[in-house]
Design a protein around this ligand. Structure first.
Ligand code: X2X
Length: 359
């Protein structure tokens, strides 16, 4: 009897080990992580951080390589979701902006002057992600058959222009502004009297060099500083008109092929990536928590004060008064109304409640 028990135990143990080995041995030698901008952007640094973390934690069993500059979709950033679904891309550190043409709910944080219209704009963003609205966004993403792994952040998007400074909506009349090819951006800038031009980020810098646009909008820490936007533009308008949350996702089959213990390690790395990425995005714009955290983990970037960096490089930096924000808010009311209908009134209301409860 004892012998039978022992044999059974050995057989079970062997089966467990074999299952583990066979799952892990089916892993690919390399998984591809898609990132739209370059390696030195905040977004790119967060992508590298995630890949390094997963490699370390799984002792090299899961090897994810970041591919920067939208190279996995030949620059066409709004095709990323399709390629993750098809399995041509295994992982993406994606932006709501690039997936919102297909997932209408992801336009939520692009509603103009919606998130920043709260006393603490970062708290408002976190409240959405951690609240009911965030849950609804995750459900909308996962409905497309991809696995949501965690949030990250590109940042509040600020305007850089070669004409300016911009202090009122009329200053934007006729201004040619580069935007990505996502419809809500066309509506916002048209409502402000500007002339939006849809250009992929992979071609945008050439556009700045050739002077085919008068400006663009992107987060200061994440993109505007590392891209050295002062090379072409001499004004920054810190209007926080919308925020660009990022999120880590995986192709569903790839995700399901991982052992549960490896999935836990990946989720843990995603949580660390969220913290790191948000600290990079918020550095110099919060009460000092991001600087403290980045110093503690030994990853404080060279530029810790974007405003000082812009001014050092000859740019004017305009921060709006509450009255100025109101003017822009009024000028974009129709866009918020139209897009609230497209996004879904329930989701917009859930986000308003989440943000209000957190302040
Ligand atoms: O295209 C942009 O502006 C960028 C890099 O921020 C995004 O991919 C949303």
């Amino acid at each position: 009897m004892r012998n039978v028990f022992k044999k059974t135990l050995i057989a079970v143990a062997c089966a467990v080990v074999a299952a583990g080995v066979s799952a892990a041995s089916q892993y690919k030698q390399e998984y591809k992580l898609s990132v739209v901008p370059g390696a030195t952007s905040g977004w790119g640094m967060a992508g590298t951080f995630f890949c390094d973390c997963v490699r370390d934690k799984t002792k090299g069993r899961i090897n994810i390589k970041p591919y920067f500059g939208a190279q996995l979709m030949a620059g066409k950033q709004t095709s990323e979701l399709l390629l993750v679904r098809r399995g041509a891309i295994d992982f993406a550190l994606a932006s709501t902006i690039n997936w919102s043409p297909q997932i209408k709910e992801l336009n939520l944080t692009a509603l103009p002057f919606f998130v920043a219209n709260n006393p603490d704009r970062y708290k408002a963003m976190d409240a959405i992600e951690n609240g009911r609205a965030g849950q609804m966004l995750v459900e909308a993403i996962e409905k497309t058959d991809v696995k949501f792994i965690g949030w990250s952040e590109n940042g509040f998007r600020e305007l850089t222009t070669s004409k300016g400074p911009i202090t009122k909506p009329e200053d934007m009349k006729g201004m040619k502004l580069r935007v990505c090819g996502t419809p809500i951006f066309i509506d916002i800038f048209t409502a402000l009297g500007a002339n939006p031009q849809a250009i992929n980020w992979s071609e945008a810098v050439t556009g700045f060099q050739q002077g085919i646009v008068d400006g663009q909008e992107n987060p200061n820490n994440g993109i505007n500083v590392p891209t050295k936007l002062w090379t072409w533009h001499n004004h920054v308008t810190d209007w926080h008109y919308m925020i660009d949350p990022l999120f880590l996702t995986a192709n569903k089959k790839v995700w399901e092929s991982f052992d549960p213990a490896d999935q836990t390690d990946i989720l843990d790395c995603a949580a660390q990536t969220e913290r790191y990425s948000k600290a990079l995005s918020r550095l110099g714009y919060d009460k000092g928590e991001s600087k403290e955290y980045l110093t503690k983990i030994g990853k404080l970037p060279e530029v810790t004060d974007a405003t000082a960096e812009f001014e050092k490089n000859g740019m004017t930096v305009t921060e709006f008064t509450p009255e100025q924000v109101q003017e822009f808010y009024k000028a974009t009311q129709k866009v918020r109304d139209d897009w609230t209908n497209k996004i879904g009134k329930d989701l917009v209301k859930a986000a308003e409640d989440d943000m209000k409860n957190a302040q």
